[in-house]
Design a protein around this ligand. Structure first.
Ligand code: ARG
Length: 461
C-alpha cells in the first residue's frame, strides 16, 4: 500500500484492528510542518554525503516545498491507509516527485530519530507560546498591583485573618511563581535543544551523514552524543509536562482565590461580564467559570504528567512503540494552557476590586495583635512576654466585642504597665503595613520596588 513504510518481509497487510491500533495520524499530524523542514535538512546532508545529486536535491526540495504548501492549505492530509504522519508525508512526496526520487529520502533515518526530533521541535515552539501567555498573566497582575498602590486587605494564613497586607503585595505574590515557571521553560529549552536526527533506529548511520549540520539547520544547539539515548529518552517531554502542570497548579491557586473573592460573603471583587457566565435556570447568577476551569484543568494537566511518567516507567532501551503514547498528553497540556491563559489574563485585568470593603476587613480578626507585640519588643519587652500581653489584649477586646484600638488607656495599663497610650500609633492598618519595611515586606516602598523587579524580570524573559 502507498502509505506503508514497511512490507517487504510481510506476505499480507495488517489486520484491520491492528492498523486501527497502530494509527497515530489523528494526533501526530501537528508535526507535519516540522517533518517537512527536517526532511529538507536531511535531503541536504544526503547531497553533502554524495547520496543525492545537485539536480535531485533541487527537485526534492521543490517537491517538499509543494508538499508543505499543500499540508498548510489542507490540500494534502492523512489517508485511511497512513499509519503515521511520517508515512503519509513520504506518500505525499512520492506523489509529487515520483517513486524513484521520493524513495531516496528515507536513507539513513528512521521514524525513531525523526519523531524524537520533531517532538522536540514542536515542544520548544509550544513552550515559547505558553511562556508568552504566562507573561501576559504576570503583566495583568502587575497592572492591577500598580492600579491599587495603597489598597489594604486582610492577609491570611490557614484561611484565618493574620496580618494586614497591601493588595498589591498579594497580587504580586502570584507573579513570582509564574516568573519561575517561565524560567523553568527556559531551562527546559536548553536541555531540549539537542537533536536526535541521525541516530537512525537506535545505532546511528553508516552513510556518512552529518547530524551536526541537520541539528544546526533545525535550530538545535547540537546533535545527540548517544543514538540509543536520543531515540529512547523522553525526559525532555516529561520535564515540559511537569512545568506545564506546575504552571497550571500555580494558576489554580490564583483561580481559587478569585472564586472566593467574588462571592458576596467575601465581596472583594466583581468579575467583568465578558469573563463570567450565567446560569440556565437561576437568572441572578454570575459565575467565575474561567477561574473554575483553571482549577479543573489543573487536574487534567497533573494527569497528563503522571500518565506520561507511567508510560516511561521501566521501558527497556531503545525505542518501544509505547513511546507513541508520549505525545497526546503533552499536546493536550499545551492546548489547555493555550486556551486558559488568554482567558485568565482577561479575567484578571478586568477585575474590579472593592477597596473599601478590603480595607474594612483588614483589621478584623485582631490582625494588629502582632503589631502590639512588636511595639512592646521595640520598647525593651522580651517577645515571649510581649506575645502574652498582646494575647491578653485580644482576649479583652474579644470579650467586649470591640477592636484592639477601642480598648481604653486604663484597660491597656491594667493588662501591662508597658502598654502606654503610645501603643495606639501602631494600631492602624496603614501603620502596621508601613512598618513592615524589611526586604520583601508589605510596606508601600518595598512593594513599589518589587513592581520594578517583577517588570524587569518579565522583560528579560
Ligand atoms: N509513530 C511513532 C511514534 O510516534 C513513530 C514510529 C516508530 N515506529 C516504529 N515501528 N519504530 O513514536
Amino acid at each position: 500500500n502507498a502509505g506503508a513504510l514497511w512490507g517487504g518481509r510481510f506476505a499480507s497487510g495488517p489486520a484491520e484492528a491492528m492498523a486501527a491500533l497502530s494509527k497515530s495520524t489523528h494526533f501526530d499530524w501537528v508535526l507535519a510542518s516540522y517533518d517537512v523542514r527536517a526532511s529538507k535538512a536531511h535531503a541536504r546532508v544526503l547531497n553533502s554525503a554524495g547520496l543525492l545529486t545537485a539536480g535531485d536535491l533541487e527537485s526534492m526540495l521543490t517537491g517538499l516545498d509543494q508538499l508543505a504548501a499543500d499540508v498548510y492549505s489542507g490540500a494534502f492530509g492523512p489517508a485511511e491507509s497512513d499509519e503515521d504522519v511520517h508515512g503519509a508525508l513520504e506518500r505525499g512526496l512520492i506523489d509529487r516527485v515520483g517513486p524513484e526520487l521520493g524513495g531516496r529520502l528515507r536513507a539513513g533515518r528512521s521514524r525513531n530519530d525523526q519523531v524524537a526530533t520533531l517532538f522536540r521541535m514542536w515542544l520548544r515552539d509550544a513552550v515559547r507560546r505558553v511562556s508568552a501567555g504566562v507573561l501576559d498573566v504576570v503583566e495583568a497582575l502587575t497592572a492591577q498591583a500598580q492600579a491599587h498602590p495603597d489598597a489594604a486587605m486582610p492577609g491570611k494564613t490557614h484561611s484565618q485573618a493574620a496580618q494586614p497586607v497591601l493588595l498589591a503585595h498579594h497580587l504580586l505574590a502570584h507573579t513570582h511563581p509564574l516568573l519561575r515557571d517561565v524560567q523553568r521553560f527556559r531551562d527546559f529549552d536548553g536541555r531540549a535543544a539537542v537533536s536526535p536526527y541521525g541516530s537512525g533506529a537506535l545505532a546511528g548511520s553508516s552513510l556518512g551523514l552529518d547530524p551536526e549540520k541537520i541539528a544546526a539547520e533545525l535550530g538545535f544547539d547540537g546533535s545527540a552524543e548517544n543514538s540509543i539515548d536520543a531515540t529512547s529518552s523522553r525526559d525532555f517531554a516529561a520535564e515540559a509536562a511537569f512545568v506545564l502542570a506546575m504552571t497550571a497548579v500555580d494558576l489554580s491557586r490564583l483561580a481559587e482565590e478569585i472564586v472566593s473573592w467574588s462571592t458576596p460573603e467575601y465581596g472583594y471583587v466583581t468579575l467583568a461580564d465578558a469573563w463570567s457566565t450565567g446560569s440556565s435556570i437561576m437568572p441572578q447568577k454570575k459565575n467565575p467559570d474561567v477561574a473554575e476551569l483553571t482549577r479543573g484543568k489543573t487536574g487534567r494537566l497533573i494527569g497528563n504528567l503522571t500518565g506520561l511518567l507511567a508510560t516511561l516507567k521501566a521501558q527497556p532501551l531503545a525505542y518501544n512503540r509505547d513511546l507513541q503514547e508520549d505525545k497526546e498528553p503533552v499536546f493536550d497540556s499545551v492546548l489547555q494552557l493555550e486556551m486558559l491563559l488568554p482567558a485568565l489574563t482577561g479575567l484578571v485585568s478586568t477585575l474590579t476590586f472593592h477597596t473599601d470593603r478590603l480595607r474594612e476587613l483588614a483589621p478584623a480578626g485582631f490582625t494588629l495583635a502582632t503589631d502590639i507585640a512588636e511595639w512592646l519588643v521595640r520598647n525593651g519587652v522580651p517577645f515571649r512576654h510581649a506575645h502574652e500581653v498582646a494575647g491578653d489584649c485580644v482576649r479583652r477586646a474579644e470579650s467586649r466585642g470591640v477592636g484592639l484600638d477601642e480598648l481604653t488607656d486604663e484597660e491597656f495599663a491594667s493588662i501591662d504597665p508597658a502598654l502606654t497610650p503610645e501603643v495606639r500609633a501602631v494600631l492602624t492598618v496603614d501603620g502596621s503595613i508601613g512598618s513592615r519595611d524589611s526586604r520583601g515586606g508589605t510596606a508601600p516602598a518595598r512593594v513599589a520596588e518589587q513592581i520594578t523587579v517583577v517588570q524587569r524580570t518579565a522583560g528579560e524573559l
